[in-house]
Design a protein around this ligand. Structure first.
Ligand code: GLN
Length: 290
C-alpha cells in the first residue's frame, strides 16, 4: 500500500532562508528586504510580526501566490507593483504600473509644504502631475480646511488617485484630467505642489531596470532635458498662484536642481530656495510668489 506523499511544510522561517539565498543568487542588493516585503503583505502584518510568526506554516494558496510574486520580482518588477501598494507619509497607497511609485524623498516636499501653509487656515492648493495622488491626498488629509485639486494628463493615473482618495475617505480633494503644458486654470491658488517628470531623456538608459522597464515613461521623463515643467511653471506661476503663495517642486540629482533654480531666477523670481532631503541632496525647489 502506498502512503500519501507527504508534502513539505514551509514555515515562515524556512521561506525566509530559502528566499534570502535565492535573491542573493540572483544578485539582489538586499535579499532580506525582498522577502520581508512579500511576507508582510501575505500575512497582513508588520515587519516585526513576521519574526514573531516564525513557526507558522504557510498555506498552499499562500505558497502559490508567493511563488508567482518571486517570479515577477526576478524580472525586476518593483515590489510595490507586485503587491499593489506602498506606504507614503505613513499611509497606504494603491499603485499600478500606470503611476510612479511614491518615493520617501517626496515626503520632504510634504514637510516643507505643511510648514509654509501652517499659518493659513483655509486655502486652495493644486497638485500638478498627481500620479497616485500621494502628494495631494496627503496635503488634503493633513490640512482638512484646505481644498485640493489633483491634475494629471493620464486618465488611468487619475483612476488610481481617486481609488486612493476613497481609501482614505478624503473629501477635500478632487481630480481632473489636464495637460498643464497646454492648458492652465483660471483662478489662482495659494499653493502649487509638483513632482514633475524630470529625468532627462538621455539619462533614461542609466536608470535601474526596475525603474526604466516598469515605471511609466510619462511620469519619469519629459522626453527632453528634464526641465520642461519648470520652464512652464516659471512662465505661469504669476497667473496660477496668488501673491504671497508658494510653488513647491521636487528636483533631480547632480546639476538638475541648480538648472531648475536658474530658470526661476532668470524669470525674475527673487525668493527662490533649494532645500535638501535627508540624504543631503538638494531635493526641493521653493518659490515664493511676491
Ligand atoms: N505626484 C506623484 C508622486 O510624487 C507622481 C509624480 C510623477 O508622476 N512624476 O509620486
Amino acid at each position: 500500500m502506498s502512503r500519501p506523499v507527504q508534502e513539505k511544510t514551509w514555515r515562515v522561517i524556512d521561506i525566509i532562508h530559502w528566499a534570502e539565498d535565492y535573491f542573493k543568487e540572483k544578485d539582489f542588493d538586499n535579499p532580506r528586504r525582498e522577502i520581508e516585503w512579500f511576507l508582510r503583505e501575505l500575512l497582513a502584518c508588520s515587519r516585526m510580526d513576521i519574526y514573531l510568526r516564525f513557526e507558522e506554516a504557510l498555506s498552499k494558496t499562500q505558497l502559490s501566490t508567493l511563488r508567482k510574486w518571486v517570479n515577477r520580482r526576478i524580472e525586476n518588477e518593483p515590489l510595490q507593483y507586485i503587491t499593489g501598494s506602498t506606504a507614503f507619509y505613513g499611509r497606504k497607497y494603491f499603485v499600478t504600473d500606470q503611476v510612479l511609485i511614491p518615493r520617501p524623498e517626496t515626503e520632504r516636499l510634504i514637510e516643507i509644504a505643511l510648514e509654509k501653509m501652517s499659518a493659513k487656515q483655509s486655502w486652495e492648493g493644486t497638485d500638478i502631475g498627481t500620479g497616485s495622488g500621494c502628494i495631494g491626498i496627503t496635503m488634503a488629509l493633513e490640512c482638512p480646511d484646505s481644498k485640493f485639486l489633483g491634475l494629471d494628463i493620464s486618465k488611468k493615473s487619475l483612476e488610481i488617485a481617486q481609488k486612493n482618495a476613497n481609501l482614505h475617505q478624503v473629501e477635500n480633494i478632487h481630480f481632473e484630467e489636464k495637460d498643464i503644458l497646454k492648458n492652465g486654470f483660471e483662478k489662482p491658488v495659494d499653493l502649487i505642489v509638483c513632482n514633475p517628470p524630470y529625468i532627462p531623456i538621455e539619462e533614461m538608459e542609466t536608470l535601474m531596470p526596475d525603474v526604466k522597464n516598469h515605471e511609466p515613461f510619462l511620469a519619469l521623463t519629459d522626453n527632453e532635458d528634464g526641465l520642461t515643467f519648470y520652464r512652464r511653471l516659471s512662465k505661469m506661476a504669476d497667473q496660477w498662484i496668488k501673491p504671497n503663495g508658494w510653488l513647491i517642486m521636487e528636483v533631480g540629482l547632480g546639476n538638475h536642481p541648480k538648472k531648475a533654480m536658474d530658470i526661476f531666477r532668470s524669470s525674475g523670481f527673487k525668493q527662490v530656495e533649494l532645500i535638501k532631503d535627508y540624504n543631503g541632496d538638494d531635493r526641493i525647489l521653493l518659490v515664493n510668489i511676491t
